[in-house]
Structure formats: structure tokens, C-alpha cells
Design a protein around this ligand. Structure first.
Ligand SMILES: CC(C)(COP(=O)(O)OP(=O)(O)OC[C@H]1O[C@@H](n2cnc3c(N)ncnc32)[C@H](O)[C@@H]1OP(=O)(O)O)[C@@H](O)C(=O)NCCC(=O)NCCS
Length: 207
């Protein structure tokens, strides 16, 4: 639901809402007007383990809608005026389990929440939408009583298409710290939302 309270969180012309049954049509609008994103992923990739067909447009869309209606697909929709223009997927570990099976990922705590995906409509890029999406996602996760959240940004200048996990700066700005490498080009970043840094989330250097 797009709460009135979002007026209190306006950021320029931007506002946000969490994905749920009521805001599903906005998520649908954003993704449908961008071909389901990645040809039909509908941001289902990280919900699944094992094989995944990012072009299975209808199947992925239906699965995402079912999860959203069941409250098992968290995320932040960003609006510019009334138009949904950005998306940040987050959720507890079990909701976004694919990360656990990824080569190069070393768990740092047992039950992190995660930010796994960002998407900004092409006409709205490079104007702070992703930055706002991350800020709002952190705020929503605090409200959901998440204790620690991980993010997995990619280092270096590259095509926007390959930056769905975001950049280090996006997370450092919110107080995340780098806790270890994730493959060759990515990092695990961590933020304690309880105000105390977990003893198990001390920074690790690259191996
Ligand atoms: C990556 C993406 C989310 C950035 O969104 P954005 O709204 O343009 O980002 P912002 O303007 O808020 O900038 C955030 C940061 O990203 C950086 N950035 C944005 N585009 C970049 C690019 N192409 N290369 C390197 N850095 C980039 C900005 O410089 C800024 O850096 P900082 O945090 O160090 O200051 C957007 O380009 C996108 O959606 N790409 C497609 C990703 C995708 O395919 N997702 C599908 C998965 S569902």
C-alpha cells in the first residue's frame, strides 16, 4: 500500500511503497513496461535455487504475484510522481536463498536479510533513484525488525545492465561496511540495524 506517510519521506519528486497485494499493480506496471526485465525475470531469480529461465515471462510473473500476495516477496517500489520508476528487492535469507548457493559467497552471520536486486527504468537513471530505493529499503527493513542486512555490490565502471546488485557507494553511504569478497568483482557488505555491530560481521579483506 502506498501510505500517506510516504509524503513524509519524499525525496525531491520521489516517494516509495513496499511491494504487497495493493501495490502489485504498480510493480506489474514497472516490469511490464520493461519487458518483465531481463526478458521476463520479474525479479524471481533470487527467490529460486537451481535452474531458472529468465525468459519464462508468464510463469515468472505469476510466481512473483503469488509471492507478493502471500507476503513472501519484499521490496521497495520508487515512484516519480505517480509513475513507478524504480525497484529494490530485499528480504530475509530464506526468501532470497539463491545467494547461499553462489560460488564465492561465505556466510558471515546465520540469518541476514539481503538486498539482491535493483532496477531503475532507463529514462530515470543517474538521478538518484537507486540511492533512494536503497535508503527506503533500509528504512522498511528496520520496520520489519531485520537485525542485519547484507548487500552484494559490484566494483568498477560497467554497463548499467550488469549493476543490478548496485555499487559499493550506494551501500557505504547508508553505513554498510565491507565484510568480505564475493567472487572476483563483488563484495559482501553488511549493516547492523540494531545499532550494534555483530561480532561476526567484522570486515574481512580480499582473499
Ligand atoms: C544500476 C542501476 C540500478 C542504477 O540506478 P540509478 O538510479 O541510475 O543510480 P543512482 O543515480 O541512484 O546512482 C547510484 C550509484 O550508482 C552509480 N552508477 C549508476 N549507473 C552506473 C554505471 N552505469 N556504472 C557505474 N556506476 C553507476 C552512480 O554513480 C552512483 O554511485 P555512488 O553511489 O558511488 O554515488 C540502474 O542503472 C539499473 O537499473 N540498471 C539495470 C539493472 C538491472 O538490469 N536490474 C534487473 C534486475 S531485477
Amino acid at each position: 500500500m502506498r501510505h500517506q506517510e510516504n509524503k513524509g519521506h519524499l525525496h525531491g519528486a520521489l516517494s516509495s511503497a513496499e511491494l504487497d497485494e495493493e501495490t502489485w499493480p504498480d510493480f506489474e506496471r514497472l516490469f511490464a513496461s520493461n519487458g518483465g526485465v531481463w526478458g521476463g525475470c520479474w525479479c524471481m531469480f533470487f527467490h529460486k535455487r537451481g535452474s531458472f529461465d529468465s525468459k519464462a515471462y508468464d510463469k515468472n510473473k505469476d510466481a512473483k504475484e503469488a509471492l507478493a500476495r502471500e507476503g513472501r516477496a519484499h521490496g521497495t517500489i520508487v515512484y516519480c510522481g505517480d509513475e513507478p520508476v524504480g525497484w529494490c528487492q530485499f528480504g530475509p535469507k530464506e526468501e532470497l536463498a539463491r545467494i547461499d548457493g553462489k560460488r564465492g559467497y561465505t556466510p558471515t552471520i546465520p540469518d541476514p536479510w539481503r538486498i539482491t536486486c535493483l532496477f531503475v527504468a532507463p529514462g530515470h537513471r543517474r538521478s538518484g533513484v537507486a540511492k533512494f530505493a536503497v535508503q527506503e529499503s533500509v528504512r522498511y527493513m528496520k520496520g520489519l525488525k531485520a537485525k542485519v542486512v547484507e548487500a552484494y555490490p559490484v566494483e568498477g565502471e560497467r554497463s548499467a545492465t550488469l549493476l543490478w546488485m548496485g555499487t559499493p557507494g550506494l551501500y557505504e553511504r547508508e553505513g554498510f561496511i565491507r565484510v568480505g569478497p564475493f567472487g572476483k568483482h563483488s563484495w559482501v557488505y553488511s549493516l547492523s540495524l540494531s545499532g550494534r555491530r555483530s561480532s561476526k560481521t567484522k570486515a574481512r579483506g580480499p582473499s
